[in-house]
Design a protein around this ligand. Structure first.
Ligand code: ZN
Ligand code: ZN
Length: 157
């Protein structure tokens, strides 16, 4: 998404931008991040001697997969953005592409292991049952897959 900067010529000048923008889904380290609805952006852009400073927030909801039970869940985004773009690194001083800035801010603020709930019980390593939905009959002491292998070894013998 491009923001028009042609009316922001004076050093010390500022511009407010409030808009809703659709973003394509993201994929990051084999994780899919769905952005089904437009995100709400509220920025103030300041022009300095040699840069543009973008401050504001991004809100909206995205869809992540839980790292324990693999179910998709809605995650409420509430990002503070504070970036400085150096003028000499911009291809065109009359417009600014903020898509990458927003994408990077989303990725940086995501938990490494997102959870649908703090107390998500995850999947049973034996039978794959989603333990949030229903208990299974497996020996639930085994939670580490490496230990599960060891247990199979002893069971076989
Ligand atoms: Zn979960
Ligand atoms: Zn089970």
């Amino acid at each position: 998404m491009y923001i028009d900067l042609s009316d922001l010529n004076e050093v010390g000048g500022r511009k407010e931008v409030v808009t809703d923008v659709n973003f394509a889904d993201l994929s990051f380290r084999d994780r899919d991040i769905e952005i089904p609805k437009p995100l709400h952006l509220e920025f103030t852009i300041f022009k300095t001697q040699d840069s543009f400073v973008i401050r504001g927030k991004v809100t909206g909801s995205i869809v992540l997969a839980c790292s324990r039970c693999l179910e998709k869940f809605q995650h409420q985004l509430d990002l503070e953005v504070d970036e400085e773009i150096i003028a000499t690194e911009m291809p065109d001083l009359n417009e600014l592409d903020i898509s990458d800035i927003i994408r990077e801010n989303i990725l940086l603020n995501l938990a490494i292991k997102p959870l649908c709930a703090e107390d998500c019980k995850g999947l049973c390593v034996e039978c794959g049952q989603n333990l949030n939905e229903e208990e299974c009959d497996c020996d639930t002491e085994i939670i580490d897959p490496r230990l599960a292998d060891l247990k199979n070894f002893f069971d076989d013998n």
